[in-house]
Design a protein around this ligand. Structure first.
Ligand code: ARG
Length: 469
């Protein structure tokens, strides 16, 4: 007995409707409706090409293009109703087109399959996402550079093992992240280059007997060229994996800055202030001011790295060509990349908002014998001690200072001379944190003059990037 509810797209072969649970596991429209704009873009390119190649007639193509535009409007204004019975976004759009324009709609699927269709749509979606990351990371870099330029000479402790190591400047610290986000942008841009080939026209897996022009559709969709192998075209998702891997590294960078903001915000550190715009209070403890935005930016890496790992697991061991497993590529990628976008935007807001407590940072920079290396370097320079010996002498002096409960700056000259009699009072010039940072003029070092120059160079470079885009 023929069941009227058999799927209209392949109803010829089927006599029953799918089980409820089959629909539930099979339908992807609940999430892949996010691909609707890309699906329509690709269908328009395909229809125009079919007409130009004489595969469908111009009048039908006109109808199809107009119909697709109308659907795009309905999707944009939210009036389009997606139906789960139609499985996915592709069949929802095509079925609505049929309702709207009738017979010509049935010609749109000539020489294509949902396999190349979804591969194309998803590529376009990921490419669009990459473009938003580039803009978002650029804004974040700008915010960090502006803050770094304003604080090129603001001294803070530099840490290793989260123990005071050597004084640095706040500007230098922020510019370290500008470098990281530049590499993230580079990784996204590399991924974009490899991604930018068109699967459209691979059809189900083997190509098609119709005289299609894959170069035309590739160009219309902003791809550099068509993919050269139809099996590869429909069956790889390495472009999503590569983007998620770049996204994971970027999220790791964000999480490190976020973690520092959390630490710097504690009363124990007290290095920075964030305004009410980026903090929350507690419902029970009236004194609280919590860095929730930083904590969430720190946590988002879980979703992003999870999506990368999840998709690796989906793709591992899949035989060529398309398998429905690949429908599991989208939901987590959408979620991960949306999370990353949000984390970048929140971090940009915090970078603009945070203000250092310069006095607190300065005082902390002087604690923990942070200029001990400067003392050792002085012994090498002035007394010609081998560095290893200077290191030893300095260690002994630090121990004396520690025993007396004094900073190096305040330790009497005589106490130092007991360890090394040739030390003169000239040594005090290198023991202040200001002089310490000022002396670090090596390329890439923390000297305020370096930092100011670097911030300036970065501003210029980003301006140039933006112009040449
Ligand atoms: N919704 C499907 C996906 O996301 C579209 C491709 C379906 N292809 C197929 N042969 N059933 O992967």
């Amino acid at each position: 007995m023929t069941d009227k509810k058999a799927n209209a797209m392949w109803g010829g072969r089927f006599s029953q409707s799918p089980a409820e649970i089959m629909q539930e596991i099979n339908a992807s429209v609940g999430f892949d409706k996010a691909l609707a704009p890309q699906d329509i873009r690709a269908s328009k390119a395909h229809a125009a090409m079919l007409a130009d190649a004489g595969i469908i007639n111009k009048a039908d193509a006109e109808e199809i293009l107009k119909g697709l535009d109308a659907i795009a409007t309905q999707i944009a204004d939210g009036s389009f109703e997606f139906s789960r019975a139609l499985e996915d976004v592709h069949m929802n759009v095509e079925s609505r087109l049929k309702d709207a324009i009738g017979t010509p709609a049935g010609r749109l699927h000539t020489a294509r399959s949902r396999n190349d269709q979804v591969a194309t749509d998803f590529r376009l979606w990921v490419r669009d996402a990459i473009d938003t990351f580039d803009a978002g990371l650029l804004a974040l870099q700008r915010a960090l550079i502006a803050k770094a330029a304003a604080h090129a000479g603001t001294v803070m402790p530099g840490f290793t093992h989260l123990q005071p190591a050597q004084p640095v400047t706040f500007g230098h610290h922020l510019l370290a992240y500008v470098e990281m986000f530049a590499r993230d942008r580079g990784r996204f841009s590399d991924a974009r280059k490899r991604l930018n080939e068109s699967p459209l026209g691979s059809a189900a897996l083997a190509g098609t007997s119709f005289p299609i022009d894959r170069h035309q559709t590739a160009e219309a969709l902003g791809f550099d060229r068509p993919m050269a192998n139809s099996l590869d075209g429909v069956s790889d998702r390495d472009f999503a994996l590569e983007t998620l891997s770049a996204a994971t590294i970027c999220a790791v960078h964000l999480s490190r800055l976020a973690e520092e903001i959390v630490i710097w915000m504690t009363p124990q550190f007290g290095f920075i202030r964030l305004s009410d715009k980026f903090t929350t209070g507690s419902s029970i403890m009236p004194q609280k001011r919590n860095p929730d935005a930083a904590e969430l930016a720190r946590a988002k890496v879980g979703r992003v790295a999870g999506a990368f790992q999840g998709l690796v697991m989906v793709m591992k061991g899949l035989p060529l060509a398309y398998s429905k497993d690949m429908q599991e590529d989208k939901e987590q990628t959408f979620d991960a990349l949306a999370s990353l976008r949000l984390a970048i935007a929140a971090m940009t807001g915090m970078a603009e908002d945070m203000e250092p407590n310069a006095d607190v940072m300065r005082a902390a920079a002087g604690r923990g014998y942070s200029t001990a290396t400067d003392l050792a370097d002085w012994l090498v320079r002035e007394l010609k001690l081998p560095f290893r010996e200077a290191h030893h002498v300095t260690g002994s002096i630090v121990k004396v200072a520690e025993d007396q409960g004094l900073d190096l700056e305040n330790l009497p000259l005589e106490a130092m001379q007991k360890v090394e009699p040739r030390i003169t009072k000239a040594v005090f010039s290198v023991l202040s944190v200001e002089n310490s940072v000022k002396s670090r003029v090596s390329y890439g070092g923390t000297a305020p003059q370096n930092v100011a120059k670097m911030a300036e160079a970065w501003s210029k470079r980003l301006e140039k990037d933006a112009k040449t885009g």
